[in-house]
Design a protein. Structure first.
Length: 132
């Protein structure tokens, strides 16, 4: 349907008009250990034509904030931690393979230091309004 997306010829891509400024909060869990970490993702920019997304991921318990760069294609959202905003004990270069749907980011992550796991984040800020 053209009502909720732009026709790319093959697929209809949701516009995600309210994505920029969105904040998602939740947990990442290790599949190799019982460790889990609270995480907060903030979307800073989104190019509707290229699908490029830039933002930040914060790891409060690891005292870390990293820049993320990724791509959103339909609801498939892949991103990677590429640089320090606040250097703490979280690792860079973690890659995420997720689905962004109904205000939720969920999927898997892998860390070059050999850990892997799952992540699930829920949108907590919509157009400047916080929801508990």
């Amino acid at each position: 349907s053209k009502l909720f997306g732009i026709n790319t010829g093959l697929t209809s891509t949701p516009l995600y008009e309210d994505l920029v400024g969105s904040i998602f909060s939740g947990k990442a869990k290790s599949s190799k250990s019982s460790n889990s970490w609270s995480a907060i993702v903030k979307i800073v920019s989104y190019n509707k034509l290229s699908g490029k997304v830039e933002g930040e991921i914060e790891w409060p318990s690891l005292n870390s904030v990293h820049k993320i760069v990724g791509e959103l294609t339909n609801s498939h959202f892949t991103f990677k931690e590429v640089g320090y905003i606040k250097k703490g004990s979280a690792n860079l270069n973690c890659q995420y393979n997720t689905t962004l749907s109904n205000g939720k980011i969920s999927g898997t992550w892998s860390d070059p230091s050999s850990d892997i796991g799952t992540i699930e984040l829920n949108k907590i800020k919509i157009n400047g309004v916080f929801f508990s």
